[in-house]
Write a protein that binds this ligand. Sequence first.
Ligand SMILES: Cc1cc2nc3c(=O)[nH]c(=O)nc-3n(C[C@H](O)[C@H](O)[C@H](O)COP(=O)(O)OP(=O)(O)OC[C@H]3O[C@@H](n4cnc5c(N)ncnc54)[C@H](O)[C@@H]3O)c2cc1C
Length: 438
Amino acid sequence: MSHALLSWARFPNHPQRSVRVPWRSDLPGLLTALRRSVNTTLPFGNGRSYGDSCLAASDHVLVMRALDRIIQVDWDQGLVTVEPGITLGELLAVTVPHGWFLRVTPGTQFVTVGGAIANDVHGKNHHRQGTFGCHVSRLGLFRSTEGQLTCTPTANPALFAATIGGLGLTGVITWAEIQLQRIRSTRINLVTQRFDSIEEFFDLSRELDAQHEFGVAWVDCAAEGTSSGRGVYMAGDFAEDEYLAWTSRRRLSVPFVPPVSMINRVSLRVFNEMYWRSFAPVRKRIHATAESFFYPLDRLRKWNRAYGPRGFQQYQCVIPPDAAAGNIKALLNAIAESKTGSFLAVLKQFGGNKSPGLLSFPRPGVTLALDFPNLPSRTDKLFQRLDAIVRDARGRLYPAKDAHMQAADFQRAYPEWRELESLRDSALNSRFWQRVTQ
Ligand SMILES: Cc1cc2nc3c(=O)[nH]c(=O)nc-3n(C[C@H](O)[C@H](O)[C@H](O)COP(=O)(O)OP(=O)(O)OC[C@H]3O[C@@H](n4cnc5c(N)ncnc54)[C@H](O)[C@@H]3O)c2cc1C
């Protein structure tokens, strides 16, 4: 046992005791020992999930980070087989010089492959490539009763589907085979364009997503009145200029947890106004590095500490297309009225690519994601308002970001949960799963 771990948003505050898995062959013994001592456990990747989906119901997790080896690579086909604890950044450092990139990456390179599969993460190209799980061809799964299994769309297909987006509950992923994407450059040709309303966001998304691999928007969650719904659309593609580099730059870090949150009403308004003004009102074409485009938040290490000792919560929902415009407006109005929120509020259109995952979050529609400092009673009250809008629109929340969803909302939005429960490994359970199903 070693030091205690928390999830990324440092809320809820349930420090996890950790048991490290140094080799795949150690898993059976460690799982049996935990079963005897604390009954259930949960695999833990790199703790980049915000709420309680990466916290074990027993508060004792199996830490997978040491399983970070590349097992096999086919450089002609761009097919890699890796252990689950390798982070996306570590994998890219090896594959980029050979001209291969991940087909799907979330907004941080510090997530593990196991974590990316268990939450079936999405990126800025969901409208083209779907989720991470769409590019996993095979995986190894260790189950406490059956031992080691190989799962593919045709071998153990039910377990394959349930493990993609399966929240770490179906077994411990011990390896995965992933299809990569050919690239000729790590530079991104970027198009930026400001918009003044949600209607304009939809117009830009329709136009630019049809032309570009990547598309995402920043939205000013503090803007009210005539400025409400303003933001910046960013669309892009990999360049073709034969520049393949992956250098992990030295990063600044938030050295300690300040006594109060540094993100407040004043700093939020000032930052958002400055950020908005930093973009020209007309369409611009610029170059960016892949690292700054995909992982802007990774530049500041441990930024989660800036929210102070109470931590924060992320709210990420998806609203189906027919109800999207009005409901995104209603969500933004409620957030602006609450005078809280975060700098990085993100809007993105999901596409129609269906994931193989049973419980995957993305579905066609628009997703809105932003962080909120944890303020007693205020955050709860705001989330109740937001939940009512999402419920009426028949939308749903993202378990990887969640620390508050009500059981009834989860079960309505994810009716497949019973099937996952029937395939859950009885040695594994999370605080999230307990909260929303038990
Ligand atoms: C700055 C930032 C930006 C983000 N951007 C995005 C985004 O754009 N899109 C998106 O989808 N998500 C995003 N996320 C969320 C993040 O990608 C997911 O929460 C991801 O699953 C975290 O991976 P992790 O390795 O840290 O795993 P953890 O958070 O530690 O665990 C996540 C889940 O994986 C399970 N797990 C871990 N390893 C294994 C294993 N070996 N076998 C079985 N289960 C396992 C755990 O039990 C848990 O259920 C972002 C997070 C941050 C902090």
